[in-house]
Design a protein. Structure first.
Length: 370
């Protein structure tokens, strides 16, 4: 039987391994993606050098992803080719409400051009003047931009690669968009009832935005494409963030952060979560979120590299599937050959010299047992 994506000839074998990790939580296997040198990213660096930029041509961006995935056609790793709508990630939500969006090119980070918005409100007293987002508003420029990019990506990707879910901006993340980080924390103290209404407003907005995505973008074999997890079985899976609580206590997260995330997961078929280096104190609590399917571990300056502390992380997260953001090819091969890789983990391997090296390594990965 032919796999639906021609850019992943061994796709059914990969889906089965991903299913074992995310559905069965099989601790006896390790999975890996192999990142080889990319001509597509080098070309993008010339067209879109690092720094602030304008909203790019979405058709050009779709062709960038196509070139990127075509380069990996011969790599037999555990990745599923799927493009991330980075131009739509944070800026979309505030943009839909009339916020001023800014774009930033970062070719070294998976060839992304990301977006954010300037704080929308001057004072929390203005919040109740915000009208609910109307997904049928044909005059909303950001809504038209969003749908057009989905259309163009679907046109370019059809039969070759998929389109990843993209980040939710709900809860305190949305409050950041309204007034910034500092005023969000002050707002909890000075205007707690308003903050509760902000969280409810954000839930409604995010559900509508994500429903548009899932109405447009087909699932793959009943599962969701994911830039963090590659593919997750079991329906419409969303991508959540608890970044604002990385700078708070666990008790504060439990009071303000858990319920909005669990409510969002329940509105869909569960979700994945990313946690940065400064948020690892939340791991034990976050791993018990109802509906959570996997945790992506980021690496940040000033904190231990995630793969170096996996044993300690596993003590907190149990059999929750983990995704390691990055490990160098040399280090990964050393750990693989020394039989020190922790099971139940997806490893993103960087700096792989070529296709042959990637495939020789993957032969070992598929036969590895912790």
């Amino acid at each position: 039987m032919t796999f639906p994506l021609i850019y992943k000839p061994d796709g059914y074998d990969v889906l089965e391994r991903l299913r074992r990790l995310y559905e069965e939580r099989d601790q006896s296997i390790v999975l890996a993606s192999m990142e080889i040198p990319s001509a597509a990213i080098k070309e993008m660096t010339v067209k879109h050098p690092p720094g602030f930029c304008e909203y790019p041509d979405p058709r050009e961006r779709a062709k960038f992803w196509d070139a990127l995935f075509r380069e990996k056609l011969a790599v037999r790793d555990d990745s599923i080719p799927n493009a991330y709508l980075s131009e739509m990630d944070q800026g979309l939500y505030g943009g839909l409400l009339g916020g001023e969006a800014r774009f930033l090119s970062d070719p070294d980070y998976e060839g992304r051009i990301s977006s954010m918005v300037k704080p929308i409100l001057e004072d929390w007293s203005e919040f109740d003047q915000l009208a609910p987002f109307d997904p049928n508003d044909s005059g909303n420029e950001w809504l038209k931009r969003y749908v057009r990019q989905l259309d163009l990506f679907l046109e370019e990707s059809r039969g070759k690669w998929g389109i990843s879910h993209f980040i939710l901006i709900d809860g305190f993340n949305f409050a950041y968009e309204l007034r910034g980080a500092t005023e969000t924390y002050y707002g909890v103290i000075d205007h707690p009832e308003t903050m509760k209404r902000v969280i409810d407003y954000a839930f409604d907005l995010n559900v509508k935005v994500q429903n548009i995505f899932f109405d447009w973008v087909p699932l793959l074999e009943g599962g969701t494409y994911s830039n963090l997890a590659e593919w997750i079985p079991g329906g419409r899976i969303v991508s959540e963030s608890v970044d604002p609580f990385h700078m708070t206590s666990v008790d504060y997260y439990e009071e303000w952060g858990r319920e909005p995330v669990e409510r969002m997961f329940a509105a869909f078929d569960g979700g994945v979560l990313h946690i940065h280096g400064n948020g690892r104190h939340l791991l034990k609590a976050a791993s018990t979120l109802k509906g959570l399917r996997a945790i992506w571990l980021g690496d940040d300056k000033g904190f231990p590299i995630a793969y170096e502390i996996l044993d300690r992380v596993k003590e907190q997260t149990g059999d929750m599937p983990l995704i390691i953001h990055g490990i160098g090819f040399r280090e990964f091969c050393q750990e693989l050959e020394a039989h020190r890789l922790v099971g139940g983990v997806f490893y993103r391997v960087n700096g792989v010299p070529d296709v042959d090296s990637a495939n020789r390594c993957m032969d070992q990965v598929r036969g590895y047992r912790p």
